[in-house]
Design a protein around this ligand. Sequence first.
Ligand code: AMP
Length: 206
Amino acid sequence: MNIIFLGPPGSGKGTHAQRVSEDMGIPRISTGDMLREQMKNGTPLGREAQAFVEAGELVPDGLVIKMLQERLAQPDCAHGVIFDGFPRTLPQAEALAQIADIDVVVNMEIPDEVIVERMQGRRVCPACGHTTHVEQLGDSQSCPKCGQGLTIRKDDLPETVLQRLRVYHEQTQPLIAHYQALGLLRSADSSGAVETTRANVRAALA
Ligand code: AMP
């Protein structure tokens, strides 16, 4: 089963894609996580991607498609994949259609105002990659998984969030109509509490 999670930055795609991945026992592929890993390791791809990611722009299609193709060729992807943050453009969707049959596209629906508020509180662990929100942390500013001090992703800074939203509306939102026309789209309201969204995602996949 191949499932795409579609939605703007900060819509909860990553969190809910991860839960569905664990529930279904199939891997989640996050192109954002893969790019951050490449950047952290200073690989040629990471160095090429860095300026785009930090400016809130999309990394060029060719680079991301090649990275994804290599990941999909790995044996753990044989029984399906949860795509988180890919495709983000029509050319990416067309490339994906050549290499995988998509069963369902979950579209995370959330107004821009809620995203901006939410992303101001997002924190990430530089050691294990866990993402959380200040409201879930209480007094501690440490990672609940590994105890490391949490940081703010450079591309979560307010001006970059607004740029990422602009990029989403221009380049990624057209995918909603694309997958709707293919009869694959199911929507899940993700503007509320995390457990409410979880139930909406479950209903979309039922
Ligand atoms: P994410 O963690 O999914 O929000 O991705 C963080 C950043 O990585 C994005 O703002 C883009 O710069 C880049 N990125 C992730 N996935 C893609 C993709 N499918 N196409 C192009 N750029 C991407």
